[in-house]
Design a binder for this molecule. Structure first.
Ligand SMILES: Cc1ncc(C[n+]2csc(CCOP(=O)(O)OP(=O)(O)O)c2C)c(N)n1
Ligand code: SF4
Length: 275
């Protein structure tokens, strides 16, 4: 139980490991806050046990979350978190296995695992923190980098359009696909809360701010200015269509719940249970 001046959610953090490594103004902490508040609600409802929550991450700034959460956690190889998480879930189906990573980790080097986990409707929650670059290694081009953007590895501008991971995952057999943004933390919490009450493959992309690297690339180093600039691009929709999901910096970045269904998951199918 929390005591003294501690925060009510401290029980979910390895406070001895603080301060964390994230730069001032980084959005990852906001994303993690929403995720933890949703878990707390589900635990208090009695539908989730703390000892059954497992975080699995690869490598990167976003993947560092597994260092700080006070749940069972595994910090695995860059790109391999979903493969590791699949093994953990199959070995112990009672676990709620949550993967968090950057878009390089989840959709770049780990893209193949993402495709196949979604195809299987594997019983996992995958949270992809999109900060539009490979942040931890200094700002190389990432799957979601906007077209034309200068990065460390695209000195003449990124010649590739960004990957729409929401569209890719929706085209497979996922049960839940949403996009949130750290500029709207309540929605991060609401979508995570929803995902925790569902089965199968649940994917939430969380748009985030990286003032240190992405901000430097676009000439906006001030965290608040960058946050407000992302906020001004975000469009919230109740039930957006997949056609609206492209990461379009001119027209806006549409967030919302793109896909909700309750198809039998991988575990249901191998057990021969639900239809
Ligand atoms: C197999 C392998 N390749 C490359 C790296 C180097 N590496 C570490 S983190 C990272 C990029 C992280 O970017 P992203 O996954 O988008 O997460 P972010 O840091 O932006 O949160 C890379 C390339 C590594 N650790 N392992
Ligand atoms: S480099 Fe960017 S993503 Fe990484 S901790 Fe710093 S602000 Fe956050």
């Amino acid at each position: 139980m929390p005591s003294g001046n501690s925060h009510p959610l401290d029980q979910y953090l390895r406070t001895a490991r603080l301060p964390h490594i994230w730069c001032p103004g980084c959005g990852i902490g906001i994303a993690l806050g929403g995720v933890i508040r949703a878990i707390d609600k589900r635990i208090k409802e009695g539908v989730l046990k703390k000892e059954n929550v497992v975080f699995v991450t690869g490598i990167g700034c976003s993947a560092r979350t597994s260092f700080y959460v006070n749940f069972d956690a595994a910090h695995t190889l860059h790109g391999r978190a979903i493969a590791f998480a699949t093994g953990a879930k199959l070995a112990k189906p009672e676990l709620e296995v949550i993967v968090i990573g950057g878009d390089g980790d989840i959709a770049g080097i780990g893209g193949n695992h993402l495709l196949h986990a979604a195809k299987r409707n594997m019983d996992l929650i995958v949270l992809m923190i999109t900060n539009f670059v490979y942040a931890m290694t200094g700002g190389q081009v990432a799957p979601t980098t906007p077209l034309g953007l200068y990065t460390t590895t695209t000195p003449h501008g990124n010649p590739e359009p960004p990957l729409n991971v929401v569209k890719v995952v929706s085209s497979l057999n996922a049960n839940y696909v949403a996009r949130a943004s750290v500029t709207h933390p309540l929605l991060v919490e609401q979508y995570m809360y929803k995902a925790l009450g569902m089965r199968g493959f649940r994917f939430i992309e969380i748009l985030s701010t990286c003032p240190e690297v992405f901000g430097r690339h676009i000439g906006v180093r001030d965290p608040l200015t960058l946050y407000n600039s992302l906020r001004s691009k975000v469009i919230i929709k109740q039930s957006p269509s997949i056609d609206e999901s492209d990461l379009d910096w001119e027209k806006g970045l549409v967030i919302g719940e793109y896909l909700i269904r309750d198809n039998p998951s991988f575990l249901d199918r191998i057990k021969g249970g639900s239809k």
